[in-house]
Ligand binder design. Structure first.
Ligand code: ZN
Length: 312
């Protein structure tokens, strides 16, 4: 599955024909999004800019109620993952079409049936065909303003998703095709300092892993994100160690990418046994790992991540 329409490349967001009476949903501030909307040439729209990072189900419901009865022809999710997640969930609730426009490139969320929404302060990864965008607009125009740290984390996430997705038990020749090409493009972008290639690589990664799954690397990473580490940063060491465990063809190449991006080693406040308690029930990721993973394996992987600097 992928969006019915994909507009990609330079000027894609400028040339896209936006439906009238759209509701633009973004997490950014007017000084930034007004410039974007100007570039896009969108007319007769409303902006909802109170979407917050890590959106909760309550915040999504609040938007639905606020615009109930108004004629909204489409949602336009403009920004990072959170803006798009809000649109995905809203679209599922109301059936109104959604156009997703990523401005930080890495998650590939504009291509996938996944959304992350918080329920009772706990982030939940949801999957639903109804989350799929009606159109995705991927335009490198938005890239230059991205701070280096965000770009670095996003690039690492995209490369982790492509390589874990390639190895996933749910992969097939078609998803592998996308994951392989995604990794090649991302590797070229990172190693040879061609950041303009990141949007394309992230998009391909989204199609590839979005139709298979991520695996052990992502499963390991969430205990670090729960302690406040950014997602992409956590993956640098976690996916490296997971690739080693899985004897992945991407082990060395992924490690090289992380070294190039200069990621520091990870730290963990909780003990390995407590962390393993959190990781083991994550069957969505672990069951799709190419090799069965025991609790002992998890503890060994954590030990390697923390005590043996896998990126040294
Ligand atoms: Zn990810």
């Amino acid at each position: 599955m992928m969006p019915r329409k994909i507009a990609f490349g330079e000027n894609a967001a400028k040339e896209f024909d936006y439906p009238k009476n759209s509701l633009v949903i973004t997490t950014t501030t007017p000084d930034i999004y007004e410039k974007w909307l100007d570039y896009m040439g969108i007319k007769e729209y409303e902006v909802y800019n109170k979407a917050t990072p890590d959106p909760s189900i309550e915040s999504v419901e609040a938007i639905r109620e606020k615009y109930e009865g108004k004629k909204i022809s489409a949602y336009i999710g403009l920004g990072g993952g959170s803006s798009m997640d809000v649109c995905k969930y809203l679209g599922k609730l109301t059936g109104i079409p959604k156009v997703l426009i990523p401005t930080t490139f890495g998650t590939g969320a504009e291509m996938t049936t996944y959304a992350v929404i918080s329920f009772e302060h706990k982030k939940k990864l949801l999957q639903d065909e109804a989350f799929l965008a009606d159109a995705a607009v991927v335009d490198p125009y938005f890239l230059p303003g991205t701070p280096y740290n965000i770009m670095r984390n996003s690039a690492c996430d995209a490369a982790a998703q492509a390589s874990e997705g390639y190895d996933s038990k749910l992969s097939n020749p078609l998803t592998k095709l996308f994951c392989r090409e995604a990794f090649d493009v991302l590797e070229d972008a990172i190693i040879n300092d061609k950041s303009e290639l990141l949007p394309y690589g992230a998009m391909l990664s989204g199609i590839g892993f979005g139709n298979s799954s991520t695996t052990l690397g992502h499963a390991l990473s969430y205990v670090f994100s729960n302690e406040g580490m950014p997602h992409g940063y956590s993956l640098s060491s976690c996916t490296t160690v997971a690739h080693k465990f899985n004897k992945s063809i991407y082990y060395e190449r992924f490690r090289k990418i992380c070294k190039k991006l200069n990621f520091e080693p990870l730290t963990l406040k909780q003990g390995f046994e407590d962390a393993a308690d959190v990781i083991m029930p994550d069957r969505g990721h672990l069951d799709n790992n190419p090799i069965p993973v025991t609790r002992e394996n998890i503890v060994q992987c954590l030990d390697e991540i923390i005590n043996k600097n896998p990126l040294s």
